[in-house]
Design a protein around this ligand. Structure first.
Ligand code: OAD
Length: 248
């Protein structure tokens, strides 16, 4: 075990509250593209065109069909060893564990994690752009046509947070509260470029939490964290899980 891993396991053995904030990198090993890596979605697509209210108002068909394609990719992917390790860590019940994700793909839940705080919503859920009512109709996986609300005939959109939109209030309150009270805070597979999620590791650090970053590439918070682990999430999380299982 490296020194860093030893320190981490020691702190986890004494921790009461542990938080993990995840980003797109956690799903990379499931075959889902990240946003800001060199081959990421935002290297090919314009986020203002595809992930903003203005973009949807301008070309709803294009935005909707892009999300249908992403849903198709997600429906055909499986959680990886990183997702499963996080679910197992939660089930060990060694501490209160809060899993906060910026991911909209539902893979944490699919791997068995529960009470996941979804900061950026879910691509699997849809809602009406006009009246906000949830849209629960089954949509055929090949159907990329824009759907209409059964209540007000408004356009249906994915229940994700777009640029310029507020995060779901309950989710951000829960996340901030967990960050404030954490003894160990993991930032995993996120570039920490998007706020307010990117504030959470800093909030934890200021409250004395041990902040650990897991990411094969350095990010804007790598110099601020207590421990930087330069591995992929599917490589290192199962190792952390195994070490935790060895603690009484
Ligand atoms: P980014 O694409 O910005 O960052 C992904 C991070 O994952 C990068 O720092 C990579 O180095 C890292 N990474 C890649 N593969 C990895 C692996 N196997 N294991 C661990 N880390 C790996 O994605 P996010 O930080 O999640 O917003 O982006 C935040 C938000 O920006 C997203 O939620 C999305 C996007 O616009 C919305 O959709 C609202």
């Amino acid at each position: 075990m490296t020194d860093d891993l030893g320190i981490l396991i020691n702190r986890l053995s004494e921790a009461k509250n542990v938080v993990a904030l995840t980003g797109a990198g956690v799903s990379a090993e499931s075959g889902i593209k990240t946003f800001r890596d060199p081959d990421g979605l935002w290297s090919k697509f314009n986020p203002m065109e595809l992930a903003s209210v203005e973009g949807f108002m301008k070309n709803s068909d294009l935005v909707w069909s892009w999300y249908r394609h992403r849903v198709d990719v997600i429906n055909n992917s499986q959680p990886n060893a990183g997702h499963y390790a996080l679910a197992e860590i939660q089930k060990l019940n060694k501490f209160e564990f809060t899993l906060i994700t910026q991911n909209v793909d539902g893979l944490h839940q699919k791997s068995g994690s529960y009470d996941v705080v979804e900061l950026h919503g879910s691509i699997i859920r849809n809602k009406c752009f006009d009246c906000n009512e949830e849209f629960i109709d089954e949509i055929d996986s090949n159907d990329v046509n824009l759907q209409r609300c059964g209540y007000c005939s408004g356009k249906i959109r994915p229940d994700v947070v777009w640029f310029g939109e507020m995060l779901p209030r309950n989710a951000i309150l829960k996340a901030e509260n967990a960050a404030i009270n954490s003894d160990v805070f993991f930032s995993i597979g996120t570039s920490a470029e998007v706020f307010p999620a990117a504030d959470l590791p800093i909030i934890s650090k200021n409250r004395g939490s041990l902040v650990v970053e897991i990411n094969p590439n350095r990010t804007r918070i790598s110099d601020l964290v207590d421990i930087y682990l330069p591995y992929t999430s599917a490589e290192i999380l199962p190792i952390i899980l195994n070490e935790l299982k060895g603690i009484n």
